[in-house]
Write a protein that binds this ligand. Sequence first.
Ligand code: HEC
Ligand code: HEC
Ligand code: HEC
Length: 89
Amino acid sequence: MKKLIVAIMLVAFAATAAFAADVVTYENKKGTVTFNHKAHGEKNECKVCHGDAAPAKIAIDKKAAHGDACKSCHKAHGGPTGCNDCHVK
Ligand code: HEC
Ligand code: HEC
Ligand code: HEC
């Protein structure tokens, strides 16, 4: 019984982490940016963005987005880098 409870707790924990948010949108004056967290998470290991600690909220502002949090990887790995590739009005 104890084992079963632990198993259920592990599944619940994994589900919470894996289903953090499928899509996050950043509304701003330049045009809404849509970040498909699920798709990015399927193509990249969690730790690429979240580091070695348990994944948690990452603060995204203009500086982060145009740098290490988003655009740097796009530059390196063929993601969108044009303003209107990310910003959609
Ligand atoms: C391409 C980068 C990237 C990858 C890969 C990625 N994440 Fe995230 N994750 C983010 C960003 C950015 C946020 C913050 C989104 C926001 O602004 O709310 C986030 C938020 C989260 C949160 C916090 C949600 C909240 O609002 O509290 C969890 C949990 C999380 N991710 C789990 C994961 C897991 C598990 C994986 C692997 C399956 C993963 N992430 C892969 C970038 C990424
Ligand atoms: C670890 C590398 C990496 C990081 C970090 C990353 N991306 Fe991407 N992204 C990609 C790649 C590569 C693509 C090209 C399409 C593909 O292969 O999925 C992409 C595609 C996209 C697209 C095009 C539509 C789509 O979903 O395919 C948008 C929009 C986007 N990323 C937004 C963001 C935003 C916003 C952030 C930061 C919160 C971010 N990305 C962080 C690698 C990354
Ligand atoms: C990889 C995706 C991506 C690309 C490429 C990108 N941006 Fe952004 N940009 C964002 C995100 C995400 C934010 C943060 C929005 C927020 O703070 O919620 C942002 C914020 C901004 C803001 C702040 C808007 C406000 O309301 O304060 C401006 C202005 C801006 N970007 C202009 C540009 C311009 C100009 C380019 C092209 C040179 C560009 N962006 C390219 C993702 C991107």
